[in-house]
Design a protein around this ligand. Structure first.
Ligand code: GUN
Length: 285
């Protein structure tokens, strides 16, 4: 049986590390990291995520602010709020919860956020930094996957890493992070031919396709590390990942569960991005 990677426990340890670093930062510099979370509309899942982010900030000793706009809000209203937050010295991180309502152009909003405060790592300037291998905020979920691998002691250099899913939030940035650590990286997607032949090559297999239990046991190499980024709700209400866990368990050496794997890491990395943004913004020149 594989080792089950306990994302809840690893995220708890990281959040405790961040809480201690925050105490030290406040003592030395007088700065308290501040995160502003903007929610447009009342999508129930988004509301739950936003509430969790606020609670995590409070536990870490951060200041946090939640700004809500109605679902019918105009693009200009959201832009005005971002401009105000960009100029607010108490705010070091700005997160606009996605998805946004249809009347608002998501990419335009992302590009309005000051790159230094872009704790999601979605701004093109930060995407470019990641591409070039320079420091800057990195999308929280891929960063969380890297932390899980590192804290589990998985070797990355020289290994075959296969990512299923090419999203801007997970698949593409994760490919760059793994590449920077000298993995041989393959990204698969809906048009990939003979997917099982590709996934069976993976020493590290990351499922980030948003397709419930699509990775079956026979798609996994014996002894692989399997990271499941998917969160899908079945008709019976059951939460499942993109990996068929019971089958994968018979082949993998390490595997993340859903829930309790990658999920909790995302908020821990949001806190880490916010703390680092506060450090960069307030550092003496
Ligand atoms: N909605 C789902 N995931 C994310 C995320 O990582 N960041 C933001 N801003 N919204 C999301």
């Amino acid at each position: 049986m594989p080792e089950i990677i306990n994302g809840n426990e690893i995220a708890r340890v990281i959040r405790e590390e961040i809480r201690k670093e925050t105490v030290v930062m406040r003592e030395i510099t007088g700065v308290t990291p501040g995160l502003a979370v903007v929610l447009v509309g009342d999508d129930p899942a988004s509301r739950i995520y936003v509430r969790r982010k606020g609670r995590a900030c409070a536990e870490a000793g951060f200041l946090s602010r939640e700004i809500r706009l109605p679902a019918a809000a105009a693009e200009g209203e959201l832009l005005d709020i971002i401009v105000q937050l960009n100029g607010d010295p108490a705010v070091h991180g700005i997160l606009v919860q996605l998805p946004l309502p249809r009347q608002i152009r998501t990419q335009m909003i992302i590009e309005a956020i000051a790159p230094a405060k872009d704790v999601d790592g979605f701004h093109p300037v930060n995407v470019g930094r990641l591409m070039a291998g320079n420091p800057g905020p990195v999308s929280c979920t891929p960063r969380g996957v890297m932390e899980l691998l590192d804290r589990t002691g998985v070797d990355i250099a020289g290994r075959e890493a296969v990512i299923v899913g090419r999203s801007n939030i997970v698949g593409k940035p994760l490919a760059l992070l793994l590449l920077a650590r000298h993995a041989t990286v393959t990204i698969c997607h809906t048009r990939t031919q003979r997917l099982p032949d590709v996934t069976r090559r993976a020493d590290i297999l990351v499922a980030a396709a948003g397709s419930p239990e699509m990775i079956r046991g026979d798609m996994i190499k014996e002894g692989a590390v399997v990271i499941d980024v998917g969160i899908n709700r079945r008709d019976d209400g059951r939460l499942v990942g993109d990996v068929a866990f019971a089958e994968a368990e018979r082949r993998a050496a390490y595997i993340t569960p859903v829930p309790g794997g990658v999920g909790p890491m995302t908020i821990a990395m949001l806190l880490r991005n916010t703390l680092e943004a506060a450090r960069r913004i307030t550092a003496p020149v």
